[in-house]
Design a protein around this ligand. Structure first.
Ligand SMILES: Nc1ncnc2c1ncn2[C@@H]1O[C@H](COP(=O)(O)OP(=O)(O)O)[C@@H](O)[C@H]1O
Ligand SMILES: [Mg+2]
Length: 382
């Protein structure tokens, strides 16, 4: 990181749409540093696109301020229009001009440089993006992945201070998606380009980002590295939205530094700065249950799914409150476990995290795809 000053900084930014009002973005503060790749991650409607449009200058905030390169771009005392922000944007649908050739699309954004240099610059950028031979073709003659690279070429040709990409991978075929994604991110990283992605897909966000900003209902829920967000979610929302998780209700016992759940005491789990007796949830990733002969958790395998690298298993574990609870765990294929087998686990505290229990377990409408619903339901109703 060559500078400590963020390339872009939000201070308490809010944006409402009328009529309504719809509180699309509420009191958002964030900073993105030079050369960083950051993803705004959250369910549909949580305010990601609005945040990106505020960065680009396509929306005017109702409150707060936005600084770009240390200068106030939006706020009480300033307004810099989009074309003077030095920000490149790739729209969700690419927004290429269908009647213009690829080269003309890229040259379109270059009106700030002399006409004689525009063609050379467009050629140079298209070559870097492996699109050199397509200069004189029309967008419809290219594949989806190539069209997206043209949109990226148009965004970076004017040498912006950062590039913003709204759900850039959501229109690509599943089998191309990871490859295109890794190519695009590789190009941006090689160029040292400060890049902000919007995504509702936690897999993409964890794979490509230096930091992830998780948003929910217009607010920032948590900011952290992919590892921090995955291993140590701070809220039920983040725990359930970012990957599969098991939620175990518990009570903080500061005396011994543990959390008592109805599966026994979990010790050395993260974030025990809460007062004694606090009602919490312990979020445990499926990777956090490690088969171990002397493990404190004992149960029976109900079902297994082979996912390639590991086996995802549903395990019934007797609860101290009576009955069984179902947990989702990851097992190494070498464990050779089949339904009906007994298995014992210890808990790896690196994959367990105490989360605030103030918010409701997320409703299904909000994209709860990764949620282990039987556990969550059992806990929500207990
Ligand atoms: N132009 C608009 N007029 C009115 N409401 C809008 C407009 N754009 C977005 N919204 C609303 O603002 C909220 C946030 O939308 P958006 O920023 O597009 O979220 P996301 O990109 O995360 O799906 C949603 O409730 C959406 O319906
Ligand atoms: Mg959007």
């Amino acid at each position: 990181m060559s500078t400590t000053r963020p390339v872009i900084q939000f201070e308490g930014v809010s944006k409402r749409y009328w009529p309504g009002p719809v509180e699309a973005v509420r009191d958002v503060s964030l900073g993105v540093n030079e050369g960083e790749i950051v993803t705004l991650l959250g369910p549909s409607g949580c305010g990601k696109t609005t945040t990106l449009r505020l960065m680009a200058g396509f929306e005017i905030p109702d409150g707060g301020s936005i600084h770009i390169g240390g200068r106030e771009a939006a706020g009480p005392s300033a307004w810099i229009p989009p074309e003077r922000r030095g920000v490149g944007m790739v729209f969700q649908d690419y927004a290429l001009f269908p009647h213009l050739k690829v080269g003309e699309n890229v040259m379109f954004g270059l009106d700030a440089i002399p006409r004689s240099q525009r063609r050379d610059r467009a050629k140079e950028v298209l070559r870097v993006l492996d699109l050199g031979p397509h200069f004189d073709r029309y967008p419809h003659e290219l594949s989806g992945g190539q069209q997206q690279r043209v949109a990226l070429a148009r965004a970076i040709a004017p040498r912006p201070v950062m590039v913003l990409m709204d759900e850039p991978f959501s229109n690509l075929d599943a089998h191309l998606r990871d490859q295109v994604r890794d190519e695009v991110v590789g190009i941006l990283r090689n160029a040292g380009m400060t890049s902000i992605f919007v995504s509702h897909d936690q897999r993409d966000a964890l794979a490509i980002s230096d930091r992830v900003i998780v948003m929910n209902r217009g607010k920032v829920e948590q900011v952290g590295s992919p590892r921090e967000i995955y291993r140590h979610p701070e809220s039920v929302f983040v725990a359930t939205f970012v990957g599969r998780t098991n939620l175990l209700a518990g009570v903080v016992q500061n005396r011994d530094g543990c959390v008592l759940t109805d599966f026994g005491s979990f010790c050395r789990v993260d974030r025990l700065g809460m007062p004694d007796g606090s009602q919490v949830m312990v979020a445990v990733r499926p990777d956090g249950f490690v088969p171990s002969e002397n493990g404190q958790l004992r149960g029976r395998v109900l079902a297994t799914t082979f996912t390639g690298a590991q086996i995802e298993a549903e395990v019934a574990i007797p609860s101290a409150l009576g009955g069984d609870r179902r947990l989702v765990v990851h097992l190494p294929p070498s464990a050779g476990l089949v339904p009906g087998d007994q298995v014992a686990f210890r808990l790896d505290p690196d994959y367990a995290s105490v989360v605030r229990n103030s918010c409701q377990v997320m409703d299904r409408g909000a994209g709860a795809s990764g949620m282990t619903s039987p556990v969550a339901e059992a806990l929500a109703s207990s």
